[in-house]
Design a protein around this ligand. Structure first.
Ligand code: NAP
Length: 290
């Protein structure tokens, strides 16, 4: 069976190009005003600083206005809350992203909840996640919606499909499962206490691994012809590897994402799309997402 390897970079580039065109159209319709993304970084964690720099660069490339807020590592909860409140109130800011993790003396989850749901482009507030669970419109978290975008781009039929998601985090596993359910897949969620993970995965027409265990998913776990999406990003001395044993799984899968170059590039692309969506909804006075 020949496998199709999904090119996440190419799909992300298409999403970015669409967003760029959408931003131009938005600016033309709003007297040159552009969607704006406020990023908030607390502290000097080098990896977080790289992520923020990448997001700001990606904004500039598609014409989204970037507001790069940097706070000292010792900032108090109130100081961070003040920056969030200012961004909530600023009409030039369409979306707000608080880079996680925040320093240990701060409660990142509590700070995220201060973000206006209409500007929650990371889709991580309880209201955004609740709206997803309720099947209401709203901003969806970026990596999970990137997973669906890749499946759609590859032409994978989700309606009625047997989908298995390994991992139940609020960041990835749970929202991916909700998005698959919303597309009428029959969804099974697996986690560290699942009894027979291999047998459950072997039923999957669509298998999404979001675990954080290098090459956990073996080739014999894959149903022949299945779509396999590997969200895992595990840094080993030999480089970045996913949660799926790619070479073995590719022998049986119909479509599969590599690591790197699969899901990874989608996260920032979906963030840009969410920022444009938030700007559009707010300019249309769409109160449904509030
Ligand atoms: P997480 O919060 O650590 O959650 C991991 C999940 O995997 C948990 O639900 C856990 O089960 C489950 N699990 C752990 N070991 C397992 C095992 N042996 N068998 C079955 N299930 C197991 O991780 P996360 O934030 O969801 O991230 C998952 C992976 O995705 C990581 O590699 C991360 O780096 C990657 N990631 C990538 C992107 C991207 O590509 N842009 C974005 C986010 C995350 P319990 O709930 O029972 O503990």
């Amino acid at each position: 069976m020949s496998v199709t390897i999904i090119d996440g970079k190419a799909v992300a580039a298409r999403v970015r190009a669409d967003v760029k065109a959408g931003v131009e159209a938005f600016a033309a319709a709003h007297a040159g005003r552009r969607p704006g993304l406020a990023t908030i970084l607390v502290g000097e964690d080098p990896a977080s600083a790289v992520y923020i720099a990448n997001k700001q660069k990606a904004c500039a490339e598609v014409g989204i206005e970037g507001f790069d807020n940097r706070l000292a590592a010792a900032s108090t909860f109130e100081e961070v809350a003040t920056v969030i409140a200012r961004a909530n109130a600023d009409p030039a800011v369409s979306g707000i992203l608080l880079q996680l993790p925040v320093p240990a003396h701060l409660d990142g989850a509590e700070l995220v909840e201060l973000i206006d749901v209409a500007k929650d482009v990371d889709g991580l507030t309880a209201r955004s996640l609740g709206r997803l669970a309720q099947g209401q419109p709203g901003l969806r978290s970026c990596t999970p919606s990137g997973v669906i975008e890749l499946l759609d781009d590859a032409g994978v039929e989700l309606e009625g499909a047997e989908a298995v998601v390994i991992g139940r985090s609020m960041l990835v596993g749970k929202p991916v499962a909700q998005l698959l359910l919303a597309r009428n897949a029959t969804v099974t969620m697996c986690h560290s206490r699942t009894r027979d993970l291999a047998a459950t995965c072997a039923r999957a027409d669509v298998l999404v691994a979001a675990v954080g265990v290098p090459r956990l998913v073996g080739g014999d776990w894959i149903k022949p012809g299945a779509a396999v999406i590997d969200v895992g990003m595990n840094r080993l001395e030999t480089g970045l590897v996913g949660d799926v044993d790619f070479d073995a799984a590719a022998e049986r899968a119909g479509v599969i994402t590599p690591v790197p170059g699969g899901v990874g590039p989608m996260t920032v692309a979906m963030l840009l799309r969410n920022t444009l969506s938030a700007a559009t909804a707010s300019s249309q006075g769409d109160r449904r997402s509030r």
